[in-house]
Design a protein around this ligand. Structure first.
Ligand code: ATP
Length: 516
């Protein structure tokens, strides 16, 4: 099945099984805003816990905060967001559709990469064991041609972005013959800058109201609290401040479900270090964050680093961690070496000293900062994309059968255990309820007595429950139940008293954190 079709199915699966709903759906929705349903919120909370504990629990020099969404408007002037938090936009005059000029070009460049990978795959299946991939990549004429085109475009694009040269961006689109996917024409407007911050008004006095912004990132809440946390927590460099919270961006193009939203959530950590050590710390955090992703077991080859074409105004190094979504490799997380830009700006605009007194050096200075920044929603999409499987279970005698299963890592699964009485009578529901009453303090358990056992298993597979147990007529006799494992679909008979240990062993966050 084509990857786009899988993605469409995944989106409807998320809706059908209570993971993600379109916001304001009964009013036909609101663009790029989504609500999380009964299972979605559990998965989201588990992702946040995995991140939070990996930062705050595992590092004695990282602490958390929870700062307000509204902040003094001068903060956004100081941070550069008022003047420079822009995306280059371009409209197609025929379809009247609006695009991000940089994204149009990046998608065009990705086509060359796809072409190269397809050639490699074709050759791999043709040559089998004897395939020499590096040799093939460095000599095959089709690959060399695609690579040459890619490199030329890449150099031109990087320079245009670096210089914020809007005319050149447009020219690249024209020269590359990029057409609007809707109208198919190349009838483009000029490229313009568009500020992504939402503004609103606070209070109303005779002098008027204060224009405030909905924060477009959580990071600034950390910077402006740097001194508060450093002093009250008696923190010494290097140390970090972590925060999870909502952010808002008036995205020009909002596509691909929860990949790009106008209201979303971020998990950000700012790590304050001695000037001069920042590039070592940058490498450290790049590697640690990659490990955090890969510990989930979705396959190392599905991740890669991507170094930025254009460094943001505040950065001296930046890399993204990209995941292979059904629609291609895309950013999930950014790691940025932000220098002392933010603290220095706040020092200048607020007039307060944003410095650390280093007792070893016996001097005060503005620390440098490494930031790790990941979107909760984008991570959510990564997790469900990686976990969604359609399995053909056709029997040996040819009877067709299939299932959709979310192979969620056990810790992340919204429901850990489903307890299913074989029948709705003869005391089996009561025994089932008793088991839940025992285990509900440890895990999210679900009771289900409707439909056949087979159908109930399928329902739990579809929401990603790692364990189901069936209570049958043997249970009152010998206090055993059948446990069924989601991924292997294997079943075994175990005593009720062992349930907690078996499940706790696998669903515990400790197992994941130990891999870091
Ligand atoms: P992009 O290039 O995709 O617009 P960005 O480089 O502007 O992203 P950052 O400002 O570095 O993103 O934000 C850090 C993280 O926040 C991103 O890696 C992503 O996971 C998440 N994020 C950013 N914008 C959105 C959005 N509109 N919807 C959902 N998540 C987002």
């Amino acid at each position: 099945m084509a990857q786009e079709d899988i993605f469409k199915k995944l989106v409807s699966h998320c809706k059908e099984y209570g993971y993600v709903f379109q916001s304001s759906e009964i009013y036909d929705g609101l663009g790029a805003v989504y609500d999380y349903g009964q299972y979605g919120v559990e998965l989201k909370n588990n992702i946040k816990k995995y991140w939070w504990d990996s930062m705050v629990l595992l590092h004695e020099n990282i602490v958390g905060i929870d700062s307000a969404i509204f902040m003094h408007p001068t903060i956004w002037k100081a941070s550069g967001h008022v003047d420079a938090f822009n995306d280059p936009l371009i409209d197609n005059k025929d379809s009247k559709k609006r695009y991000r000029a940089d994204v149009l070009i990046e998608e065009h460049m990705a086509k060359y990469e796809d072409k190269i990978e397809k050639e490699v795959e074709k050759a791999r299946s043709r040559f089998g064991e004897s395939f020499d991939e590096p040799l093939f990549r460095s000599t095959n004429p089709k690959i060399l041609e695609a690579k040459e085109k890619y490199d030329a475009l890449h150099t031109r694009f990087a320079a245009a972005m670096q210089n914020s040269d809007l005319n050149e961006l447009r020219q690249i689109i024209i020269d590359s013959e990029i057409a609007c996917p809707i109208s198919g024409t190349r009838n483009w407007t000029e490229v313009r800058q568009f500020n992504l911050m939402f503004a609103t008004e606070m209070g109303s006095t005779s002098e008027g109201a204060l224009k405030v912004y909905l924060r477009p990132e959580t990071a600034q809440g950390i910077f402006v609290n740097f001194l508060n946390v450093q002093k009250t927590g008696r923190m010494r460099l290097p140390f970090g401040i972590a925060q999870i919270g909502k952010a808002f961006r008036n995205e020009i193009v909002a596509r691909q479900f929860i990949f790009r939203m106008r209201e979303f959530e971020q998990m950000e950590m700012q790590f304050f270090v001695q000037p001069g050590t920042e590039l070592d710390w940058f490498e450290h955090w790049k590697n640690l964050r990659m490990k955090w992703h890969q510990a989930l077991g979705f396959g190392e080859s599905n991740y890669r680093f991507h170094d930025h074409e254009k460094l943001a105004h505040y950065a001296n190094a930046a890399a993204d961690i990209e995941y292979r979504f059904p629609f291609g490799f895309k950013e999930v997380e950014g790691i940025h070496s932000r220098t002392d830009f933010d603290l220095k700006q706040h020092q200048e605009y607020s007039g307060k000293k944003m410095q650390f007194f280093d007792p070893e050096r016996n001097e005060s200075y503005v620390p440098y900062v490494i930031e790790t920044s990941i979107g909760v929603d984008r991570m959510f999409l990564q997790v469900v994309s990686a976990s969604y499987y359609e399995e053909d279970l056709t029997k040996e005698d040819g009877t067709p059968d299939s299932r959709v299963v979310l192979r969620l890592p056990a810790f992340l699964a919204p429901v850990k255990l489903a307890v299913l009485p074989l029948v709705k009578k003869d005391g089996l529901p009561e025994i089932s309820r008793k088991i839940i009453d025992e285990l509900k303090f440890d895990f999210n358990c679900q009771y289900d007595e409707k439909d056949s056992i087979g159908k109930r298993y399928r329902r739990q597979d579809a929401i990603g429950t790692p364990y189901c147990i069936t209570v049958d007529y043997q249970t009152p006799e010998d206090q055993t139940v059948t446990i069924r494992y989601r991924d292997s679909m294997e079943q075994e008979r175990i005593p009720v008293t062992r349930l907690r240990d078996i499940i706790a062993d696998k669903v515990n966050l400790r197992e994941l954190l130990r891999k870091l």
